[in-house]
Design a protein around this ligand. Structure first.
Ligand code: GLA
Length: 391
């Protein structure tokens, strides 16, 4: 994060600074919106907002060095959803403010500078980071403090209504409630969570393919609808009901091949979360790797949300193998591009990163944005002593 960004641009110190991390997900993909358990990690890439209240009813927002760099003027008396186009990103701000207003919480206008080192559209929850940072800003300016789960639900509603993405709750909870050095296990049904320490000597490597996913473009919604159709056709209210079935194949006649594959992903992924938790407790690295491999294959063939670049990177990681320090690898997030996450032995992390970068350049003719990732605490208001200007 740059120092003195707000002061340099506006001419005085901000009165409030909030910072929200991105997230990767280690296992439990495309099951959050079905009430499954997921295992994300908040990562040390952040979106930061520095702000001060101002007179009037128009907020001024300056995104610095982001993909969308045009400043925004947001009229608090309107809070209208922006149609698609260059202003679309403002919906993440407008939506969150509108949700607080709906809950009876009003804020003064503000002037804000946003900066981020979290890549956007990379499957690393840059949207949830922006929503959560805005939520914390609203709370700070209005003097209200919400519980982390209520805040996440509010941000999710803003994303559904204002960005038009029918996302689950994983991203907002991971961004809001992540814990340093730990993997969260989140029950997306009741939002209860427990935390598992990342095994000693294990590092996380994130590799952003640069292939931009656009969850709003319909495929994400279609997967969700497929799953809901499975439940309706089988007349059950949850995939948990299928977990005990000895022969899942029996349902394929009732629902057809495509929906059967979707269901097989969901059921097997729910089991993988359970097995992954046990393997983490036992520090069973071989098992963690095998589960990640199976998870990726299931997303690729049964859920059909992967792409060549993700598959290539995952195969390359397993090609390096345990001898080269790779424990496991898989795509992370919604898919259709975005990033892979790999667990690697800490002492080999630098070499694995280099090998993946070389592989990607050679195979796809493009640079890979690959970085070693540490698990951090969730979003927070930054005390003045730690703001960039004072650090
Ligand atoms: C996106 C959504 C999440 C989740 C993942 C897939 O990141 O925002 O809610 O569904 O995809 O696991």
């Amino acid at each position: 994060m740059k120092r003195d960004l707000f002061a340099g641009k506006i001419g005085n110190e901000p009165t409030v600074t909030v910072r929200a991390p991105g997230r990767i997900n280690l296992i439990g993909e495309h099951i959050d919106y079905l009430g499954g358990d997921v295992m994300p990690v908040a990562i040390d890439r952040f979106l930061q907002i520095e702000a001060e209240p101002i007179e009037g009813s128009h907020c001024e927002v300056y995104p610095e060095g982001l993909r969308f760099s045009e400043p925004a003027k947001i009229d608090l008396s309107e809070l209208e959803r922006k149609k698609s186009g260059p202003d679309f990103w403002q919906n993440y701000i407008i939506g969150v403010i509108a949700m607080y207003r709906k809950a009876g919480i009003e804020i003064p206008a503000f002037r804000a500078v946003i900066q981020s080192d979290l890549p956007t559209g990379a499957g690393l929850s840059s949207s949830a980071a922006l929503e959560t940072a805005v939520a914390l800003l609203v709370e700070s300016l209005s003097g209200v403090e919400q519980d982390v789960a209520d805040r996440a639900l509010l941000c999710q509603r803003a994303e559904h209504i204002y960005a038009g993405v029918p996302c689950g709750i994983m991203d907002q909870m991971a961004v809001g409630a992540g814990k340093k050095g730990h993997v969260m296990r989140l029950d997306c049904g009741d939002l209860s969570r427990s935390y598992f320490p990342i095994p000693e000597g294990v590092s996380i490597l994130t590799a952003d393919t640069g292939v931009k996913h656009a969850l709003g473009d319909g495929e994400y919604r279609k997967r969700r609808e497929d799953c809901e159709m499975v439940l309706r056709r089988l007349e059950i209210d949850s995939f948990q009901n299928l977990l005990e079935r000895e022969n899942l194949g029996e349902i394929s006649e009732k629902i057809g091949e495509r929906l059967f594959c979707r269901a097989r992903h969901v059921v097997s992924e729910m089991k993988r979360v359970e097995a992954f938790s046990r393997a983490l407790i036992d520090s069973d690295l071989d098992e963690l790797g095998a589960i990640m491999r199976a998870g990726h294959d299931s997303l690729r063939t049964d859920f059909e949300v992967s792409c060549d670049e993700l598959d290539g990177l995952v195969d390359a990681a397993y090609g390096i193998g345990r001898a080269g320090g790779v424990i496991g690898s898989r795509m992370t997030g919604g898919g259709f591009g975005g990033s892979t996450v790999s667990l690697v032995k800490t002492e080999s992390a630098g070499q694995v990163k280099k090998s993946l970068e070389d592989f990607y350049q050679e195979k796809f003719g493009r640079e890979l944005n690959c970085f070693i990732t540490t698990a951090v605490d969730g979003a927070q208001v930054v005390p003045p002593s730690q703001t960039p200007a004072n650090k």
